[in-house]
Design a protein around this ligand. Sequence first.
Ligand code: ADP
Ligand code: MG
Ligand code: MG
Length: 251
Amino acid sequence: MLKINNLHVKLEEEDKRILNGLTLDIPAGQVHAIMGPNGSGKSTLSYVLSGRDGYIVTEGGATLQGQDLLQMDPEQRAAAGLFLAFQYPIEIPGVGNMTFLRTAVNAQRKARGEDEMSSGEFLKAVRQKAKELQIDADMLKRPVNVGFSGGEKKRNEILQMAMLEPRMCIMDETDSGLDVDAMRLVADGVNALRAPDRSFLVITHYQRLLNHIQPDVVHILSNGRIVKSGGPELALQVEDEGYGDLLSEAG
Ligand code: ADP
Ligand code: MG
Ligand code: MG
């Protein structure tokens, strides 16, 4: 599904290298987790994959279902099935949440050569999914994320993901700032979306979320590259021992 090959990334503004030869292969249907200390490059990876300005790829590449991601603009990446749930979801004053979702869903369908959803179909789907995520009707009418609590913003990201039906979902610390109940809702939302033709990259600083979203593979990121990969037990080891020993052992 997603193949990242020897990716090197630096900042456009200053001569700072952030990713240093990152290689990662996520097959269809799998959930991979990336853990790593603050500043190791986790968010940068998600930004570069989704096409945010300000980063320069100096070496390596990334493909989604065989298509060269780095050659596409952000809209094309979304149409190809890439979705990024932000660590810090942005507020969009003046744009109703429901309108935003409907516009995004129909743009996505159009790009895939599918018919638009009728308003009846859309309403039914969005209400059902919002209910599952305990997002109330009022939040659907308000401007996107404006005045939402931290937990509400994160749940709204999962609602967007559920409505857009992406192939490759990247979640950047969606668990940060969530209490245990909200984390459970987010995890249930993700688990409901797991499918043989959909993959997930779950970026997290803590092991906690991975008790609820069982990953197939866990990777440890340090200084912009993956220094160790393993099964879910690797996340437990991080929880117990911290990153220190793992990183020194990896050199
Ligand atoms: P993480 O998500 O793992 O905490 P980030 O990808 O946010 O790490 O950041 C990696 C490193 O790159 C950090 O040292 C961070 O300060 C730096 N960095 C990332 N983006 C920028 C930017 N736009 N300007 C300056 N420094 C940046
Ligand atoms: Mg960080
Ligand atoms: Mg981050």
